[in-house]
Design a protein around this ligand. Structure first.
Ligand SMILES: *[C@@H]1O[C@H](CO)[C@@H](O)[C@H](O)[C@H]1NC(C)=O
Ligand SMILES: *[C@@H]1O[C@H](CO)[C@@H](O)[C@H](O)[C@H]1NC(C)=O
Ligand SMILES: *[C@@H]1O[C@H](CO)[C@@H](O)[C@H](O)[C@H]1NC(C)=O
Ligand SMILES: *[C@@H]1O[C@H](CO)[C@@H](O)[C@H](O)[C@H]1NC(C)=O
Length: 577
């Protein structure tokens, strides 16, 4: 956990090192009671004359180019913001002890005229299951991995460092990216505690990349990386009014990422605008010899990256989108539907055509009518047609491979992790929660791990049938829905709050993007509008999401990103639901 003392020490050190600027002090933090009645209970302090609140990466870059701002100052301001918000939202698991040194290097480079690219000097966090070979831990939020030494930076971290971005720290998450437990408090980890959304601190903040979403939404960091196996980027992004890009499996390398399932894991981006998220995607995608799934992108990625597809609302004239109504939309609640219809009307008014009832073929057997359920095949009586059947097996094998390269660790396989959780039941909930046993955040103990353990990683006939059924079924389903009267649609518009939508994309390994679309009246929690596409359809996703975002920003509409209201900020309930 972030220690107040170490933060103060960092700030004081920073203040002493700076001659030209008045540093932040604790007195800049406005006590809450003075803001009673104010719209923003946690106003963000001005950053050395720069308005950092909701600033885009390009605005930060421009201020640095003009010499009005340094990377060191950006780090200082995000540290102050983290100090201001951390006790409430808990977005950061660990601040990088080297963050000021890295920022100073980037500033020195800029002074010499070397600017590596659009992310030069921009601070970011990565989910704590993404390895960094430095003074940070990489633990997936679990005490079991504390002190382990990773062989190297994850490929995505290496690429961001090369792009000049500044690794600020590790974002908190749902422990083990939710693989460990099937009934749990989303956003909780043994090491990180409970992540809470700044929109409503008492409810599910979205996960499993919870700290990534919550931190960016609260302006505690410029951007963040998360990982998704089944909804873990799209869900926390849309629940925090952010743009989330979940790339095609194989576009971003998973080497150095604590795995869940090689067939579905992917590293994605969290940002407040489509352009910011796209700049991040451009920096992290690419072929990596340590993840052979990335070979699939050869010949399928645009020369020069995805930012060239950023556009404005004029592009919507003549665009055609499909609405898989019965597959997903029927499950959205009325409050949300009313607002999403408002946004759809806006998109139509910009000249786009929306075709209703373009359905995912066989959606009835691929996803449950009752919400998120990755063992739906088994629920229907066919374990050989269930996503969970192969995820359980993959996890057993993939975690062993990951840990084989990690040193200074007590746990080298799932057997040891399960034993660790039993031995440390009070902090790690090794047993189901009951009187005096387990942990309230892990209601069903470590049933996910036990289910995986039971498979021993053996790839049975049932495993291969299930993989083929889910993967091929979801791929065909999306591709079919994208076809209309012999023409390919520009994308499928879906409500990402309906978990079945990201679940279909996850099983297919296909990409998805979400943009903010509205706020649930009762909870104050945001939801998004997402676009689905076929494999390596990211260019289309970037194009249409940026067009829709431009439309939102230039229209008098409430159906867009709204700022957090910090509802229930004094509550400390666990579990969150
Ligand atoms: C990656 O390599 C593994 C083992 O070398 C192999 O089983 C798998 O099929 C390969 N996957 C792809 C997508 O090439
Ligand atoms: C799509 O069609 C269904 C009926 O199948 C209807 O209830 C719904 O309102 C339509 N949605 C849109 C966005 O037009
Ligand atoms: C799953 O098993 C059932 C028989 O129990 C069979 O009818 C079905 O075709 C199998 N599914 C797949 C994808 O092989
Ligand atoms: C937070 O969301 C819950 C669930 O919708 C709601 O009951 C509660 O009133 C919200 N909190 C506040 C302070 O509005």
């Amino acid at each position: 956990m972030l220690s107040r003392l170490s933060l103060v020490a960092l700030l004081v050190g920073q203040a002493l090192a700076k001659k030209h600027a008045v540093p932040y002090t604790a007195t800049n933090l406005i006590p809450l009671q003075q803001n009673a009645g104010s719209d923003d209970l946690f106003p963000m302090a001005d950053c050395f004359g720069f308005d950092l609140h909701e600033a885009t990466i390009s605005e930060m870059q421009e201020a640095m180019r003009l010499g009005h701002l340094t990377s060191t100052q950006l780090v200082t301001c995000y540290l102050v913001r983290t100090y201001q918000t951390q006790d409430y939202i808990d977005s950061v698991l660990q601040v990088n002890p080297d963050v000021f040194a890295i920022a100073a290097e980037r500033d020195a480079e800029r002074c010499k005229g070397k600017v590596r690219g659009p992310l030069h000097g921009i601070p970011f966090t990565v989910k704590d299951n993404i390895a960094s070979k430095d003074n940070l831990e990489t633990t997936a939020g679990s005490w079991a991995l504390l002190g382990n030494i990773v062989p190297r930076d994850a490929h995505v971290v290496k690429k961001l460092r090369e792009a000049g971005a500044v690794l600020f720290g590790k974002a908190a998450l749902s422990e083990w990216a939710d693989m460990r437990t099937n009934y749990y408090s989303e956003g909780y980890s043994g090491r990180g505690g409970q992540v809470r959304s700044a929109y409503n601190l008492t409810v599910n903040p979205g996960g499993s990349s919870s700290g990534s979403g919550v931190g960016v939404a609260a302006n505690a960091i410029a951007f963040s990386l998360g990982t998704e196996t089944d909804g873990s980027v799209i869900n926390p992004a849309m629940r925090n009014a952010l743009v989330g890009i979940k790339p095609t499996v194989g576009l971003t390398s998973r080497a150095g990422v604590i795995p869940e399932c090689e067939h579905q894991d992917t590293v994605g981006a969290f940002a407040r605008t489509v352009k910011d998220a796209t700049l991040v995607l451009d920096a992290i995608y690419g072929v990596d010899t340590r993840d052979n799934y990335t070979l699939a992108q050869k010949g399928k990625t645009p020369k020069g990256g995805y930012a060239q597809y950023l556009t404005d609302k004029k592009a919507l004239k003549g665009a055609t989108f499909g609405i898989p109504w019965n597959s997903f939309w029927v499950y959205a609640d009325d409050d949300q539907l009313t607002q999403l219809f408002g946004l759809l009307d806006l998109i139509k008014s910009a000249g786009a055509t929306i075709i209703n009832n373009t359905e995912i073929t066989d959606y009835e057997t691929l996803v449950s009518p009752d919400g998120w359920n990755w063992d739906y095949g088994t629920t229907r009586g066919f374990a050989n047609e269930s996503e969970y059947t192969y995820v359980k097996v993959d996890f057993y094998n993939n975690i062993k491979t990951y840990l084989s390269e990690v040193t200074n660790t007590k746990v080298k396989d799932l057997e040891a992790i399960v034993q660790f959780n039993k031995d440390n039941d009070g902090s790690e909930g090794g047993y189901p929660y009951a009187d005096g046993v387990g942990h309230p955040a892990f209601a069903s103990g470590q049933d996910g791990f036990l289910a995986s353990l039971e498979t021993k990683g053996i790839k049975t006939e049932e495993y291969w049938q299930a993989l083929d059924f889910c993967q091929t079924g979801c791929r065909n389903g999306i591709n079919d829905a994208l076809k209309h009267k012999g023409k390919k649609l520009n994308g499928l518009l879906v409500p990402p709050d309906v978990a079945q939508a990201p679940q279909i994309a996850a099983q297919a390994g296909y990409p998805m993007i979400t943009v903010p679309a509205g706020i649930h009246a009762e909870s104050g929690m945001p939801f998004g509008l997402a676009i689905m596409q076929t494999a390596f359809g990211e260019a289309e996703l970037v194009k249409w999401a940026s067009a829709i975002e431009d439309l939102q920003k230039t229209s008098d509409t409430p159906y867009k990103r709204q700022l957090p209201k910090w509802k229930g900020y004094l509550e400390r309930n666990i579990p969150v639901i």
